[in-house]
Each structure stands twice: as C-alpha cells, then as structure tokens.
Design a protein around this ligand. Structure first.
Ligand SMILES: Nc1ncnc2c1ncn2[C@@H]1O[C@H](COP(=O)(O)OP(=O)(O)OP(=O)(O)O)[C@@H](O)[C@H]1O
Length: 275
C-alpha cells in the first residue's frame, strides 16, 4: 500500500492588509483551496509565476503559517498549528531549504555548528555523536571534513546550498520543501545540486515538494506537477500528463513561453552530468 506523507484538503490562506480604525482593509486570497496527496519518495513540483501563492502554500506545509481553513496532514496526522505544543516530532518531519542559503546561514557560525544546532535543540545526543553525525552529513552532501571549521563566506553558492541541504537533513525528515533551491546558481552547478538531491532522495526515501518557476528543472526532477495561478491549482497530475496535455489556458501560455530548445539543451546537460 502506498504511504501518503503529505496531504492537504481544500487548504486556504487569506491575508488581511491595510485597514485601521476608520479604514476598511483588504483581503488577499493567496491560496484558494488547494488539495493534494503526495506519496513517500515522490517529488511534487509546484510551478507558477510570482505571486501565485507557491511560497504561501510552502509556509503552510512547513507549519510556519496556519491555514485560514482546510486541513494539512503529515504522515496521516492532522496538523493544528494553532494548538499549543505542536509536537516537535511533527516539526522534525518537515524541513525547508530556501533559494538563498547565504541569507539563512549565520555568517558568524562555523559550518559544523550550523549542522549540529538542530541536534542540540531537538535531541540530547552527546557532543561526540553530534560531531560524528555532522561529519557524516558533510560527506553525504559532497563536502569534506575540513569544511567543518569554516565559515559560510568561505564557500561558493553551490557549496552553501549543499550546507543548507545537509542542515535540513540532520533530523532525518520525511518531507523536504525546496523553495527555488537552484534558481540562484549557475547552470552547471544547478545540475550538480539537482543530482545530489536525487541521490539523497533515493538514499533516505525522502519526499520532496519542489517549488520552481523553471520548467526545464521541473521536467527533470518532478514525478508530479501542480501549476498554480492566482492562488488556485489549475493543473495537477503526473509530469507527463501535465507536460504533454496541459488543460488550462494559463499552462499552455506558460509552456509556450519557454523555448523548446532551452528545455532540450538543459535536459541534455543534466543527463550528461548524471551519467
Ligand atoms: N505576509 C503577507 N501579507 C500580505 N500579503 C501577502 C503575504 N505573503 C504573501 N502575500 C500575498 O499573497 C500572494 C501570494 O504570495 P506568495 O509569496 O505566496 O506567491 P509566490 O508564488 O510564492 O511568489 P514569489 O515567487 O514571488 O515568491 C501575493 O499576492 C502576495 O502579495
């Protein structure tokens, strides 16, 4: 039987902005009732232009923001983030990697400490074991033991993204939300990081929600694709279904706007790297 790691049921998020004592505010319907189910080990890519609600959906999935209505289930367990004492076990299961790793790494913290921090906060593992686990994780993401005592500014963009991925994996999560994880990287480095993610997914049985505006990347990495448009999921299906037979006019325009040659050239590049 398939294991559903992530499920949302008609999940909604509104933002109320402006407004005051004598002024009426405005409501932005950022996510308008999105339902999805994602099996263990699969990658769902969420695509759409800026402002369509991708990051808002990601923030709800990672339990940073509460939905206005609807339900979120992680491993079949209903999440109520308003409830006091949301279990740390539930939080541990879902981790996020952002587009700009430099912004999320403390410049004064050595990489070893960055990696050990989640263990200090969430477990009582002794120091020696924490070190050992951090060293192992450095290796898993393609970095070396001598990187343990270095600071974030001493790394390239691709290496910093490897560090952010390593940090996200320190607590053995079930689900990784990747918010434009390779958008800030050069093409060749993008390919390396995407291949690393694919390897880690296989090794740890990870489930990914991959947010991207780049269709060539989505085509390479996704099992399933959701296209969002003004807060709604206008397209949702397997990668091949969505790419070969887009139903919504917005998706057709989106796909038409990406020159075929670009898609093919990046796919060839990625395939070469993977070989
Ligand atoms: N904290 C907030 N307060 C008010 N409005 C917000 C807030 N966060 C997002 N919005 C609005 O909600 C809508 C969806 O934004 P969201 O950031 O989820 O889109 P996105 O698809 O992730 O865009 P981008 O790719 O630019 O990050 C937008 O209209 C945005 O202005």
């Amino acid at each position: 039987m398939s294991e559903i790691v992530l499920e949302t049921r008609e999940i909604v998020r509104d933002y109320h902005i402006g407004g005051g004592l004598f002024r009426q505010g405005r409501t932005i319907h950022a996510v308008k009732g999105v339902s999805l189910k994602l099996e263990k080990g699969k990658t769902l890519a969420i695509v759409g232009e800026s402002g369509c609600g991708k990051s808002t959906l990601a923030r709800m999935i990672t339990m940073i923001d509460a939905p206005t209505s609807g339900e979120l289930l992680i491993d079949g367990e209903k999440v109520d983030i308003a409830k006091k004492g949301l279990t740390s076990e539930l939080r541990r299961k879902v981790q996020i990697v952002f587009q700009n790793p430099y912004g999320s790494l403390n410049p004064r913290q050595k990489i070893g400490d960055v990696l050990m921090e989640p263990l200090i906060i969430n477990s009582n593992i002794p120091v020696s074991e924490r070190r050992e686990r951090a060293m192992q994780m450095l290796k898993k993401v393609g970095l070396a033991p001598e990187h343990f005592n270095r600071y974030p500014h001493m790394f390239s963009g691709g290496q910093r993204q490897r560090i952010a991925i390593a940090r996200a994996l320190m607590l053995n999560p079930r689900l990784l939300v990747l918010d434009e994880p390779v958008s800030a990287l050069d093409l060749s480095v993008q390919a390396q990081v995407l291949n690393l993610l694919a390897d880690l997914q296989d090794e740890f049985g990870l489930t990914f929600v991959f947010i991207s505006h780049d269709l060539s990347v989505v085509r390479y990495i996704a099992d399933e694709v959701m296209v969002m448009y003004f807060g709604e999921a206008v397209e949702y299906g397997t990668r091949d279904e969505v790419f070969s037979d887009p139903k919504h006019d917005y998706t057709k325009t989106l796909f038409a706007a990406t020159p075929r040659a670009d898609v093919e050239s990046i796919r060839a590049r990625l395939a070469k790297k993977a070989a």
